[in-house]
Write a protein that binds this ligand. Sequence first.
Ligand code: UDP
Length: 242
Amino acid sequence: MAPPPDPAFTRILLKLSGEALMGELDYGTDPERVAAIARQIRGLHDRGVEVAVVVGAGNIYRGMAGAAAGMDRATADYMGMLATVLNALALQDALEKDGTHTRVQSAITISEVAEPYIRRRAMRHLEKGRVVIFAAGTGNPFFTTDTAAALRALEIHAEAILMAKNGVEGVYSADPALEPDAQFIERITHMEALERGLKIMDSTALSLCMDNRLPLYVFNMDDERNIDRIVSGDRVGTLVST
Ligand code: UDP
């Protein structure tokens, strides 16, 4: 069999929503799903691609839900950020069991369990072949982990964000679960996605990507071959670029 082509990227940032870690469960992390993600990350790493990961927390807690229930929004958002730390540790555990060296860096200081976020140190870890998991989002309420993904990707000079989705192949003209006629979109600009209000990532995050010409690959994480295909330069899912 021919060896895989040289990877199309040297450094990428993988955005995993909390739901990506939840599998078929209603809440929390599904160990099998997390192990499957760890294997895919190892595959990337084995091909020499430097991988940073931003994890969400929708499987545990979202600030908006707390605010809707009458909590102070900032307090609820801090709870959401702390919930991302739980997911980061679950992913770290699965990666290390699978033989991949990792570091978790948290935007909220929590020094017993994770390093603080230090940009240059994160980049050094990546150069040394460690997978860096960024936890606690941006460290600021009123933001999301999508914005954290855009921000960290730019800070560490990642060449692209790989946005993992579950159950959908990429971006559609409307929510395919609600509108069966929704059209799959293979390629789109950030600007058009913003104008059409397509649900790729929130508008703050998408604007940040647009302003800095950072491409996004939106793909279905349920197919374990997809990440490898994207890194091989194959057309998979939706490409959002300028
Ligand atoms: N959050 C925040 N600031 C950030 C990142 C996250 O306040 O920079 C909070 C926010 O309450 C959010 C929760 O953490 O709802 C979980 O993150 P997110 O909703 O982005 O998770 P995902 O949808 O990716 O699972």
